[in-house]
Design a protein around this ligand. Structure first.
Ligand SMILES: Cc1cc2nc3c(=O)[nH]c(=O)nc-3n(C[C@H](O)[C@H](O)[C@H](O)COP(=O)(O)OP(=O)(O)OC[C@H]3O[C@@H](n4cnc5c(N)ncnc54)[C@H](O)[C@@H]3O)c2cc1C
Length: 349
């Protein structure tokens, strides 16, 4: 049996491992020992009992694949190095995704510790009277909505460097989100940046300074300012080309440039599209087909990047569905997000 190594057990890696474990000798490397439905993590900060619904240990859905909970430190032509050991592959899939600030995404952690950490954050949030959210993209907006929905009495400030919430989305979506937060008393500060951005101080400091000399006082702050690709471990391999931003350059078949037996899928690729779970799964499907095709000597498929519908949740019951310029707001889009969570997790149970 040909050997496949998959680096990363997120939306792309977990899906590929599950689909290919019966046909190939699959080894999944992940820094965590579980799959997590990241889009619902924000809900668990206000409702920690939701956590078991969005996490599943890799060993629960993988029957044959070998699971190694170690970070891959290096990739060579036909092997990866992890924990000081070498592991050979015929095909490699880089699905190491991206990182975000704690507690929204965590690495190097087991499922029990993740539960404890999130519980602690939820407890701190419950105690906090004043909360600061830095960043008004999708994550910052969703988090603000979750907090105000669950704790309407808290004093919440959201600082965003742009003119409005939800950059890159149609005007109707921005307006709906802005109204949702403002009507619930959230103070929105636009075109301003929190410059006291030492990440390790952010969760504990009480006073935050902005570039316009504004002062914001908060018991707890969340930094929601964008993703960073997990590609440091690839830098020693000169054949694997990384874009300046750190994302992996792939061709139309999702092969890493110059490395026909190495594929990449998910947030880690440099494909110009929204970095979403949906896109990660669509790319995973192409990688699955192409590994099968490569093994059988068939022609490879191309990945077609395109706009896909996206659901932004606003608290427990409201949401916004955006598809190109089409915007649908209210209860049903909110419900849709719950259905997507249920459908995804159902697949891994
Ligand atoms: C708060 C939030 C809300 C979101 N909401 C939505 C939404 O509503 N809809 C949507 O479609 N998308 C949403 N997204 C985006 C979505 O979560 C990501 O696009 C998706 O998780 C990408 O999947 P992935 O498999 O590429 O990578 P990831 O999910 O990042 O998984 C990568 C895995 O690789 C592991 N890893 C990293 N480096 C190594 C290494 N060296 N060795 C071994 N393992 C490694 C990581 O620990 C991780 O387990 C949201 C993201 C966030 C942060």
């Amino acid at each position: 049996m040909k050997k496949i190594i998959i680096i990363g057990g997120g939306f792309a890696g977990a899906y590929i491992a599950r689909q290919l474990e019966s046909e190939f000798a699959v080894t999944l490397f992940d820094t965590k020992d579980y799959f997590e439905f990241t889009p619902s993590v924000l809900r668990t900060l206000v409702e920690p009992r939701h956590l078991p619904k969005i996490e599943v240990p890799h060993q629960a859905y993988l029957q044959k694949a070998v699971i190694v909970r170690k970070p891959v430190m290096e990739v060579a032509d036909n092997k990866v190095i992890a924990g000081g050991m070498e592991y050979l592959f015929d095909y490699l899939v880089i699905a190491s995704g991206s990182r975000y600030t704690v507690p929204i995404k965590e690495e190097n952690i087991v499922i029990a510790a993740r539960g404890r950490d999130l519980q602690q954050w939820a407890h701190q949030l419950e105690k906090a009277k004043k909360v600061l959210i830095v960043g008004g993209g999708i994550v910052g907006t969703e988090l603000a909505a979750e907090i105000v929905d669950r704790f309407p009495e808290k004093e919440i400030t959201l600082v965003h460097s742009k003119k409005d919430l939800l950059d890159r989305n149609p005007r109707k979506a921005k307006e709906y989100a802005r109204r949702f937060l403002q009507q619930r008393g959230i103070k929105l500060i636009f075109e301003e940046k929190v410059i006291d951005t030492q990440k390790e101080r952010i969760p504990t400091a009480k006073k935050y300074i902005t570039n316009k000399r504004g002062e914001i006082f908060a018991d707890l702050a969340f930094l929601c300012t964008g993703i960073v690709p997990n590609s440091e471990f690839l830098k020693k391999n000169e054949k694997i080309s990384l874009a300046e931003s750190g994302f992996v350059q792939v061709n139309a078949h999702l092969q890493v440039a110059n490395c026909p037996n190495i594929f990449a899928a998910g947030d880690i690729t440099n494909i110009k599209e929204e970095k979403t779970a949906q896109a990660a799964e669509k790319q995973a499907e192409v990688v699955i087909d192409n590994i099968r095709a490569l093994a059988a000597g068939r022609k490879l498929r191309e990945y077609a990047s395109k706009a896909r519908p996206m659901v932004i949740s606003l608290g427990k019951w409201k949401g916004i569905l955006v598809y190109r310029q089409f915007v649908w707001t209210g209860f049903f889009p909110g419900l849709l997000k719950r259905l997507i969570e249920w459908k995804t997790m159902h697949r891994y149970r």
